[in-house]
Design a protein around this ligand. Sequence first.
Ligand code: PMP
Length: 650
Amino acid sequence: MRGSAGRIGFLFPGDGLNDDEFWSYLPDGVAWLTMRYPGTLPDQPLNHATFAASADLGPMVAAARVLAEAHPDVIVTGDHAGSFILGLGHDQTQADAIATASGARAGSTPSTAIVAALKSLGLNRVAITSPYDAEVTAAGRDFLQGHGIAVVNEARRSLADETGIAGQKAEFWENAAQAADHQDAQAIVLMGGGLRTGGSVARQEARLGKPVIAATAALVWHACELLGTNPSRPHLGRLFGAPPAHAPLSRHLSSGTKAMSVTSDPPIFAWGRGTRLHDTKGRSYLDFACGSGTSVLGHAHPAILRALAEQAATGVLHLGPHFHAPVQIALMERLASVLPPALSVFHPATNGTEATEVALKAAIHATGRQRFVGFEGSYHGRTLGALSVSAAKGRNAGLAGPPQATRHLPWPEHDADLDALATLLESALAPGDVAAIIVEPIQATAGMRVPPAGFLSLLRKAADRHGVVLILDEVFTGYGKSGHLFAFEATGIVPDLLILAKAAGGGLPGAMVAGTEGLLQNWPAGMQSSTFQMHPLTAAASLATLTTLIDEDLPARALGIEANLRAALAPLGLLDGIGAMLGLPILDVDGRPDQPRTRAIRARALAEGLITWECGTEGHVIGLVPPLTVTKAEIAEAAEILTQAVRQAR
Ligand code: PMP
């Protein structure tokens, strides 16, 4: 038995399993040898008594001893009995016994392999199909649940015997998978079979939108994993890596986007569930960036998917700015019900930067003034108006002639800074030419900077004194991340204009400016319009997001997330920020911001399966922005990856 990638020994009970299926899965360079031993007979019934009778490890171990002559690196068995049927732990006993007898460094069984496959994809809620009777199926379910994998649905189609299993064509398993599917299931597990599904798994997955794990495939995959070789057989489904259907990202994408700032070869994401994203190579990642702070409910939240499907089913995908669908009105009503009564009028927009333009224009129109006051470190967007009021211009610093003159005041770090700020503010507003103060209640892009408590009320009072509009940019802080639905709720003030975007689109592009009647119902029709402003699909996703956040009290979860992340990362130093918007500053030995190392750490974390966000005035803060649905276990896992990345990245 020779093979550059390693050797796998297969042990099969003499039950008529179809070996061909296995060989077609193996990657190049892997050598294999099969050994059959007396086990379940092809025509014996697929019930507990049959499997229990073949549970004797003797014949299997004897066969493994024979295989030892071929020096396998890894040995696996296709036996069911040691798997779910005999309960938790027996599969490992079986895997260990054959490994020891054959001299292989590792062993596996179908059930061990299924669990390993699900864990590698980061999945813990499945539906199962079973060709066995109720008793055996229940044992399989208990086995998975014992490994922390919830079985949310099952479809059983008992077959008489192994010949019955081997005789089924792909359609049988496709129908079974379809029957088992359930909206809460992250994957379908084809228990005890999946033979002859090889060519159709990718098709089934495309139809069901989730991985389909056949026991057969899982076994081969696990053997390869144990061997340390990565079997890329895309037609066999996500477990084996999806097809390389794309050119390299750098081929067609503008270099002006942020896509290649951490690595020149970023993962390409094929699908997501909850906190996890899965790339086209079948790797799973914890998403602690959430699309730059957008997906507060995680990926594929059923409420959002349902709302989108319902709106799509009406056929009204888009109307333009002249007409509205009921869902857009429902969204405004719901927003009005959760905001202070003063903020009851809404101007829709497409994203954060456009919403900022809306707010600036509304303020200019209402006051007849042209100038603005902003803050150092601020980020309001990248279109020219929003850029002009942003202090953090990044690569845009050299762009000529920002249209709106803006004075940027220092961002207060401590209570003691507020007096000096009050003086500066007074001198900035005194000439009477300032239309608005624009400010983020917590600066995210600048590195999760939380100002002292009296900051916003200082601004509110100064704005009132000088007849200046107070614009709060809650593009990042909105929708629960700060521990409140909106960060301003914690400050006791109400702004004149409130900018909402990111999570306000529910995962689609969409934004809203909430404002007073005085500001938003006194400007001429058509003065500010864009084609896609909060279109019906976005409104549906937005409303579903808002409703879920409120019904499930998710903003309150942000504080628990903060406590867990702070505790888990304490050895790395203090985190900046609040709630589910935290940042780990990376400084060099002299205490200066260290952007190169920050990038190196983020790249390493990404390679290990953790997505983080770049922030900080010098790009030196690792932003951690998990969804509000993140679990404690996911936080612990992310903290472990980040801790290792910090230790290893130089
Ligand atoms: N304001 C704030 C506070 C932001 O964080 C951002 C985006 N990071 C924007 C505005 C701009 O939003 P968009 O990227 O949707 O234009």
